[in-house]
Design a protein around this ligand. Structure first.
Ligand SMILES: [Zn+2]
Length: 338
């Protein structure tokens, strides 16, 4: 089968690899319907994270079950399924509390930018649709695997809801889908922070009521101006840098909530400032599995169209161009057709 492999920063090649097989009796093998490039895939592409030894890329997936191990009971060959980038048993105490990304048996799912994929803990990890979905819904269902689930967690962690003003730091796919989530959760006012016209447009379509084009201290000042000097009730941080994290904390009013879902790179919090901010901080790798059944239902009912974040569709063989386009911010998110 063909699979995207990273050899060095900026060097992703689609190569012939062995098809994955059932290694554990709890595994499932999927035929990938659509794959994509994640903002977090750009960290190794840029050389900010180690590349590893010929590492298979991709952790967002939706596809048809090809084969299951002997202990898999609820997932069957032929089903269309979506899963999270962390496999989870969905039965341990942490999972039952809704934090499946930190399941005591959590395992990262990798190699999704390929034709076939092995998913561990299939019964706990995968959610099947009742019937095979229409083709036009597949991009949206794919977003549920990570970017939608992550944006949704950011909004939930920031306690976005009725009567709340929500600000979103970051206009990548996760930030834009956090706008969509905040809207769906009933937020009264949603401020998207973006300097890019096409992303602003999508943010407005997803439910943003205001756009702030400044960042850093100027961005914080603008959020305060829009909120009577107080700051937002809820701020979603969807970047993962020192600047974006401090921007999120400083844009939140005392007693408010920051939902941070950008993978942190070099972020250090100043203790004294944190102490006097009196904000709630909650975030981390999103427990996407918690939200999957609800998100899949909303997509199948065509209430939300998160697949709109894919503004570039390429064949799997063109994966490298998909990375390049996102790195250069020519594309919000790249869908790869195996
Ligand atoms: Zn668990």
């Amino acid at each position: 089968m063909r699979q995207a492999i990273i050899h060095a920063p900026g060097d992703v090649r689609v190569e012939e690899r062995d098809r994955p097989t059932v290694l554990k009796p709890t595994d499932a093998i999927l035929r990938v319907s659509a794959a994509c490039v994640c903002g977090s895939d750009l960290w190794p592409w840029r050389g900010i994270e180690p590349v590893g030894d010929a590492h298979a890329m991709g952790h967002e997936y939706a596809g048809i079950v090809e084969e299951v191990g002997s202990e898999v009971t609820t997932i069957r060959p032929g089903q269309f399924v979506v899963g999270s980038f962390f496999a989870s048993d969905n039965t341990c105490e942490i999972c039952r509390a809704g934090y499946q990304s930190r399941c005591v048996h959590a395992e990262l799912v990798g190699g999704a930018q390929g034709e076939y994929l092995r998913v561990p803990l299939a019964d706990g990890t995968l959610v099947a649709t009742p019937t095979l979905p229409d083709d036009d819904l597949i991009p949206s269902l794919l977003t549920a695997s990570d970017v939608l689930g992550t944006g949704w967690f950011g909004a939930v962690a920031a306690e976005a809801g009725p009567g709340r003003t929500v600000a979103v730091v970051g206009d990548g796919a996760v930030g834009l889908l956090a706008v969509l989530a905040a809207k769906q959760l009933g937020a009264e006012r949603i401020i998207a922070m973006s300097r890019h016209a096409t992303r602003q447009e999508l943010a407005l379509e997803f439910g943003a009521t205001d756009i702030v084009t400044t960042r850093g201290d100027a961005g914080v000042a603008e959020i305060k101006d829009l909120t009577g000097g107080l700051g937002a009730h809820s701020v979603i941080e969807a970047v993962g840098t020192q600047e974006s994290m401090m921007q999120a904390i400083r844009a939140t009013r005392p007693g408010g909530h920051v939902g941070y879902v950008g993978v942190a790179h070099g972020v250090e919090l100043p203790g004294m400032e944190l102490f006097f901010s009196v904000v709630h901080l909650h975030g981390g790798p999103a427990p996407v599995r918690r939200f999957l059944p609800d998100l899949i239902d909303r997509i199948l009912r065509r209430e939300i169209n998160p697949g709109k974040v894919f503004d570039l569709t390429l064949s799997l063989d063109e994966a490298a161009e998909g990375y390049r386009a996102m790195d250069e911010r020519r594309a919000i998110k790249t869908l790869l057709k195996p």
